[in-house]
Design a protein around this ligand. Structure first.
Ligand code: NAP
Length: 486
């Protein structure tokens, strides 16, 4: 029988008031239940928010150095339990184990980065027109922040939100995706083990439909940091604006690469396939469009198809597998119907397009890696996020047309160009509408010490990670101290 996991509120492991739980399953074998998780309701969320609210004044008054120490201890805790975290990610989110280990390493790096940042300056002294006035700025925490996170990076995304939130003095309530809540219970265990004061970190599991509104609209909440689909994000924006709360949304992508005729085609194909197919395309920064300029189409396409066909399909626990199961059955159905739509609109499936069978594949939600050519720039598969191992190849007459196609969708998260020409590279960096730009690099894969986020419908624009995170998680105070009165 599967273990039942509880919410973590005010330092205590507690059951939901509903008395109900929901299972989370292994995408590689749907018969394997990872655990039963609390099916929380609005009252549970309100209790967690109240705990965070009660803790915010004391936590906000501690020194950044002290808060940073907790993060550094948490980094050591994850390092000591790295394989347990990695196996948990693979088992619940289906990720290839090598990538899960990479995600664990990233979580450690983020905690270390923000742990050290606790001792960095948080304001500036500015000359006043009046020599008797000490004029300086300081950063105040926002208060209680709700963190609402997706399933695809169940460790890294909660950590990249909570590390800066905590170090800059906020208390938090985390709501993970219903399809991958287990890793969040490991995060809660981590904070309990490192002795974080009660109420500073709280965890509630449950469906977004049941508790999302409370986490956004409860008067005790000061801000929301959300990562997930554009549709849900926009609903959170409307609700937050209604309540006058600060919000940060990182959402979907339809990330292009442009392949120019002077590119190293072998390298371009290798990187494009990696960007499109690793973790079965389930990254917000995954490559989903290759826009190919001029007469290299046939050579590039052949390379892409050969490299795609060479990828091993298997469960994430298989160290050689690249094409792992997608998160659940509804997701697989969406991918299948997107490919069907692509064919109806004139696309030509060169490889994949189906579901593998036998070899243990029937137990999980596997789909074949798929390459579609002859895709029109305005076709469904060229414009909508599919979130699966599907690459659309789109022809373009010249660089300007390619750029127009690349910019012609509602998203603007990540984008790349393959070229040996410095001028083309710089021009692309200037004109592409994307928050992350790669020159001869994979659209996925980012470093934690620099800002992360998208443009257009991919983001609200207030960046995460690196030095940028302080802008969202704090508010600036400007202090005028006049000593002439003393
Ligand atoms: P999702 O369906 O939007 O869910 C994200 C989170 O929002 C989950 O915790 C979900 O809970 C919750 N939620 C659902 N309805 C809600 C509501 N009405 N109010 C408040 N919260 C609600 O996204 P997903 O399927 O988990 O993740 C995939 C999406 O995330 C893709 O679009 C991907 O591009 C995007 N993503 C973006 C980034 C980035 O940094 N830009 C990174 C990773 C992923 P339930 O699970 O209970 O529904």
């Amino acid at each position: 029988m599967a273990t039942t996991y509880q919410n973590f509120i005010n330092g205590d492991w507690t059951d939901s008031q509903t008395g109900e739980t929901a299972p989370s399953t292994n995408p590689a074998d749907l018969s394997e239940v990872v655990g039963e998780f609390q099916k929380s309701n609005a009252a549970d969320a309100a209790k967690a928010i109240a705990a965070a609210h009660a803790a915010k004044s004391a936590w906000g008054s501690t020194s950044g150095l002290t808060r940073g120490q907790y993060l550094l201890k948490a980094a050591s805790y994850i390092e000591s339990n790295a394989e347990e975290f990695a196996q948990a990610i693979t088992r619940e989110a289906g990720k290839a184990i090598l990538e899960s280990r990479g995600e664990v390493g990233r979580a450690v790096a983020l905690l270390q980065y923000y742990g050290v940042d606790g001792s960095n300056p948080v304001g500036t002294v500015v000359p006043s027109v009046n020599p008797n006035i000490l004029l300086y700025t300081n950063r105040a925490p926002l208060g209680v922040v709700s963190l609402i996170t997706p399933w695809n990076f169940p460790l890294a995304i909660p950590i990249w939100k909570m590390a800066p939130a905590l170090v800059y003095g906020n208390t938090i309530v985390l709501k993970p995706a219903s399809t991958a809540p287990y890793v969040s219970t490991l995060i809660a265990r981590m904070w309990a083990e490192v002795g974080l004061p009660d109420g500073v970190f709280n965890l509630v599991t449950g469906s977004g439909g049941a508790i999302g509104n409370e986490l956004v609209s409860n008067p005790g909440v000061d801000a929301v940091s959300f990562t997930g689909s554009t549709k849900v994000g926009h609903g959170i924006a409307v609700e937050s604006a209604r309540n006058g709360n600060r919000y940060q949304l990182e959402m979907g992508g339809k990330n292009p690469v442009i392949v120019l005729p002077d590119a190293d085609l072998e390298q371009a194909a290798e990187i494009t396939v990696a960007g499109a197919m690793k973790y079965s395309g389930q990254k917000c920064t995954a490559t989903s469009r290759a826009i190919v300029v001029g007469g290299i189409m046939e050579e590039f396409t052949n390379l892409v198809v050969d490299k795609t066909d060479a990828l091993k399909i298997g469960p994430g626990s298989d160290e050689a597998a690249v094409i792992v199961p997608v998160i659940d059955e509804p997701s697989r159905e969406n991918i299948k119907s997107a490919v069907e739509q692509g064919v109806k609109e004139g696309g030509n499936v060169l490889t994949g397009g189906g579901v593998p069978s036998g070899n243990g594949f029937d137990a999980g939600t596997f789909v074949e890696p798929t390459v579609i050519t002859k895709v029109a720039p305005d076709a469904f598969v060229a414009c909508e996020e599919i979130f699966g191992p599907v690459l659309s190849i789109i022809p373009a007459r010249d660089y300007d047309e390619a750029l127009q196609i690349a910019n012609g969708v509602e998203y603007g998260l990540s984008a790349g160009v393959f070229t040996r020409n410095l001028n083309s590279a710089l021009d692309f960096a200037n004109r592409i509408e994307a928050g992350i730009v790669k020159i001869n690099g994979e659209t996925a894969g980012v470093e934690p010490q620099v800002p992360f986020g998208g443009m257009k419908s991919s983001s609200t624009g207030n960046r995460e990670q690196g030095k940028a995170a302080i802008e969202f998680f704090t508010q600036t105070k400007t202090i005028y101290m006049d000593r002439s009165a003393t």
